[in-house]
Design a protein around this ligand. Sequence first.
Ligand code: NAD
Length: 331
Amino acid sequence: MHKIALVPGDGIGREVIPAAMRVLESTGIGFEFNPVEVGFDVFKTHGTSVPDEAVEAILENDACLFGATTTPVDVKNYRSAIVTLRRALNVYANVRPAKSYPFPGVRESIDLVVVRENTEGLYSGIEYGNNDSAFTVWVIKRKATEKIARYAFELAMKRKRHVTIATKANIMRKTCGLFREVCLEVAEEYPEVEVNQLFIDVAAMNMVMKPQAYDVIVTANLFGDILSDLSAGLVGGLGLAPSSNIGDNFGLFEPVHGSAPDIAGKGIANPIAAFLSTKLMLDYLGENNWAERLEEAIIDVLSDGQVLTPDLGGSASTSDVTDTVIKTMKL
Ligand code: NAD
């Protein structure tokens, strides 16, 4: 029996997480689901999007499946629930794979992972200013950088043994300079891994022109956020982009997408990003057989092309795709 904290959040999070729960229930593995609320409604009553009790409740579980939360830009003092949660849970590695599944229009043979530092960088939350000037502090610390670099190199050892370190160390010499320096120090512990250093602008261009050349990309918080959406765009878009947030003792799994207010409530959100995140969670929990079966079912459904949501050119609903994935997984 695995205990799972379910944090659906807002918008399509409330559609794709129940769909993922149905997939998990259909395996018969045995899950205890414990819902936890975070986000703007919680902020209105508690003055914070993620109260301490929510963090404690999540940590009572073996892992967390998170949907998406809306972050209103015009509410003063509001901090994104997911950014707050990543830091509170100290899930320092945001791991975002981009893989070419058999699907028309997708760039072929891409199999890369963006490993994004998840707890500091430009998402430090340290900001000040007035009507004339404003400042956000980019925080890089040796300890957090060592952890993310080691995670990236360990991951590369299980994959194609290639790591790209993407920074802007030529301009942001202190922050990106330290990030680069620490990554290169850690690289020395992994002589089997080939290392490539790129500036983030070139890394982005290469991502468009020759994404097949990448294996693992290690980078700071903001850079990783942008680069992973770019990589998602090459392999079918946000409806197919999963992620995990890994710490020393806990994992939170979530689709890369946000709450998608433009389609929320219409029943047409693509649940596959949430299913692929569920696959990552099954691997984390040691349920590798079901993880593989789920991924194979998703590949079958995508390549069959009959039951797809509108973002992939189809006309199926979230529940149609969910039913089809469950049926295919159990064949
Ligand atoms: P978004 O990811 O919500 O949506 C971007 C576009 O992709 C939209 O057109 C949307 O319809 C489409 N899309 C996203 N997921 C889809 C899916 N599963 N199926 C079909 N189409 C999908 O990004 P946004 O519009 O920039 O942000 C909306 C809200 O979500 C904002 O408040 C933002 O702060 C928040 N957000 C939250 C997270 C998170 O909680 N992890 C991540 C990103 C954005």
